[in-house]
Design a protein around this ligand. Sequence first.
Ligand SMILES: NC(=O)C1=CN([C@@H]2O[C@H](COP(=O)(O)OP(=O)(O)OC[C@H]3O[C@@H](n4cnc5c(N)ncnc54)[C@H](OP(=O)(O)O)[C@@H]3O)[C@@H](O)[C@H]2O)[C@@H](O)CC1
Ligand SMILES: Nc1ncnc2c1ncn2[C@@H]1O[C@H](COP(=O)(O)OP(=O)(O)OP(=O)(O)O)[C@@H](O)[C@H]1O
Ligand SMILES: [Mg+2]
Length: 371
Amino acid sequence: MLVKHGVISALTRSTSHSPSSSSSTVLRRQQFLVRTLCASKTHLPKLIRAMSSTSEADAESVLRTVTPSLDPKRHKGQAGKIAVIGGCREYTGAPYFAAISALKIGADLSHVFCTKDAAPVIKSYSPELIVHPVLEESYTISQFSEEEKRKVQDKVIGEVDKWMERFDCLVIGPGLGRDPFLLECVSKIMLLAKKSNVPFVVDGDGLFLVTNSIDLVKSYPLAVLTPNVNEYKRLVQKVLNCEVDEEKAEDQLRSLAKQIGGVTILRKGKSDLISNGEIVKSVSIYGSPRRCGGQGDILSGSVAVFLSWAQQLKSDPESPSESPVILGCIAASGLLRKAASLAFTKHKRSTLTSDIIECLGKSLEDICPAS
Ligand SMILES: NC(=O)C1=CN([C@@H]2O[C@H](COP(=O)(O)OP(=O)(O)OC[C@H]3O[C@@H](n4cnc5c(N)ncnc54)[C@H](OP(=O)(O)O)[C@@H]3O)[C@@H](O)[C@H]2O)[C@@H](O)CC1
Ligand SMILES: Nc1ncnc2c1ncn2[C@@H]1O[C@H](COP(=O)(O)OP(=O)(O)OP(=O)(O)O)[C@@H](O)[C@H]1O
Ligand SMILES: [Mg+2]
């Protein structure tokens, strides 16, 4: 009976992902499981193995653990200083979504390092963001000699380096674009971050860069990669030299993270899967059926904040044994899904990324109230 009870709780957790799962549906599924167990003793070990191989994280409990209390003794900056490296002529929404999400969750300061064209546009979205128009694309320096180009590059790196030590986490890639000169500068920014032990989340075009130069992140334990379906496929092909195998999704993700020297990978999808090459956790709480662009950008900004908060826990003797990077990923994924679900309840088909951002605060408040 104990065994049955354990399996039932696991099943209840997995069925709670659907918003339409009424308690009677859950009960029916539990009864079905009990009947299945009782009817076939020979299938019992296989079924239990299948259940225990799912490693659904308790995202709400992680959110409660990592979110700091609002202490009047803390000063500005202690709840997180985040910088997004991204934003070019084409994309201004993605860096804005990542940076504003960090603030809406509770970070104190959010910076954006983008190209000169993108900066006034991003500033106009919000006065809350600190925007640095420092990145350069090839077309602005096409007439320059090699020597002049090198000087421009040094200037870009210098501008970011001035701030580097102050940041708790970087988000590299949302709306960055794929300009070769710009990506070369960003490679150097990654090296600087590693030198200063600043964690970073790599997303969007940052993943394009990293997939082609895996050494940029290899064996850096403070790197998080957040690939979507497409970006994951490219990573698997490049690093594991094979195709994505959904049947062995967890093992393949673990191998990929291990092969990149133990970086943490948050594979986005119907369920988010997280691994650092050792453990694999999933977050499957119900999100939204709307797949509007920009939700991954919210996630990258959120990972940066929760990772920073989870790192602060390290000094606490009662801190959880789990890696702060993994905890940050679980918390971010859980919160984004909660917010997406809430936004969808309100806006249905017209749900947009900005509606989800508006729900981040309420979703976190429901789980860990500010007072
Ligand atoms: N408002 C803004 O400023 C936003 C800017 N963004 C920024 O855009 C940049 C590029 O990012 P990305 O996501 O478009 O690039 P990537 O993943 O290579 O997709 C390229 C193509 O792959 C496909 N495809 C994608 N997903 C798939 C799936 N699940 N399953 C199957 N196919 C899939 C799909 O091809 P299609 O369906 O059109 O054939 C898609 O068009 C990056 O900087 C990012 O941050 C975004 O953040 C959004 C908001
Ligand atoms: N099929 C799905 N069902 C439910 N939720 C999903 C699904 N796919 C993705 N998500 C959720 O949306 C979040 C963003 O994932 P998505 O794949 O849209 O990222 P992305 O393509 O990088 O987004 P962006 O448009 O910002 O670049 C994931 O963390 C996950 O929680
Ligand atoms: Mg994306």
